[in-house]
Design a binder for this molecule. Structure first.
Ligand code: MLT
Length: 256
């Protein structure tokens, strides 16, 4: 039986070269969840930008009809002046983004995607697409989970999502799996959350929404009144989508 390597990187900078395998980029609150929602709502693609000025320039470039693109994202959690949408998944409705190209820039998530660019395959993972992303990577010989963190600090919400993915992959098929120390720790954190859900008779999503309130990203959102985003981002398997980054074309589309 071949060995499958499941590697969790708590921050993009810890990942080093990713050239051999598949990378799952996770910025649970909220870039990953928002990208899933935008594509599920019919956006033709999401183009990630690290800088506000680059996204603005792409929206106003020659040959681009402003109506065909949506500028979205955040700085300090809030909508960027002059942008169409912020970074709440609930803003990315079919009316707002259907058939359009979303030009997205966020503080940490779009930077993490940039770090993933040396991987052979890059997909975007969140709780809202947990089963879809697990099904899509579970047979790969090496999967790197790249947690975005917040401003260079590790965040529990991303690590929980990575732990849930490792848990599901390990439970899905009898394989010889090798976990790096961060993956083993993430798996332990997710198992403790499952146990807490079981003991309190909450669903996994309810337990998660509660625990997200006590994470760095969760506190940031609560501080600016975006409590509902926590609930949305905790809804496990709400969306059946696999967003995949085409590194050459630099755009995220749905994988089929
Ligand atoms: C990020 O990229 O840092 C996040 O998506 C932040 C947020 O949504 O507020």
């Amino acid at each position: 039986m071949s060995v499958q390597k499941l590697w969790v990187h708590n921050l993009p900078e810890q990942a080093g070269q990713l050239s051999g395998g598949t990378t799952v980029v996770i910025d649970l609150l909220r870039a990953s969840s928002t990208i899933c929602q935008a594509l599920a709502s019919g956006a033709s693609e999401v183009v990630p930008f690290r800088e506000i000025s680059e996204a603005m320039a792409a929206a106003t470039a020659d040959g681009v009809r402003r109506d065909d693109v949506v500028l979205g994202g955040e700085r300090a959690g809030g909508k960027i002046p002059g942008f169409d949408l912020g970074n709440s998944p609930s803003e990315y409705t079919p009316d707002a983004v259907g058939g359009k190209r979303v030009l997205l820039t966020t503080t940490n998530g779009t930077q993490a995607l940039w770090h993933g660019r040396s991987a052979r395959r890059v997909v975007v993972g969140a709780f809202v697409n947990l089963s879809a992303v697990v099904a899509s990577v579970k047979d790969e010989t090496r999967v790197d989970f790249l947690c975005a963190g917040t401003d260079g600090r590790e965040t529990r919400e991303d690590i929980l999502a990575a732990g849930a993915m490792v848990y599901r992959i390990c439970s899905s098929a009898p394989k010889d799996q090798q976990l790096n120390p961060n993956a083993a720790l993430a798996l332990g954190k997710w198992r403790r959350l499952l146990l807490a859900a079981y003991e309190s008779r909450r669903s996994e999503s309810e337990q998660l929404a509660m625990e997200l309130r006590d994470t760095q990203g969760g506190r940031n959102l609560l501080g600016i009144g975006l409590d509902q985003d926590l609930v949305n981002c905790a809804q496990i398997d709400r969306l059946n989508v696999i967003p995949e980054l085409d590194v050459r074309a630099w755009r995220i589309r749905l994988a089929h």
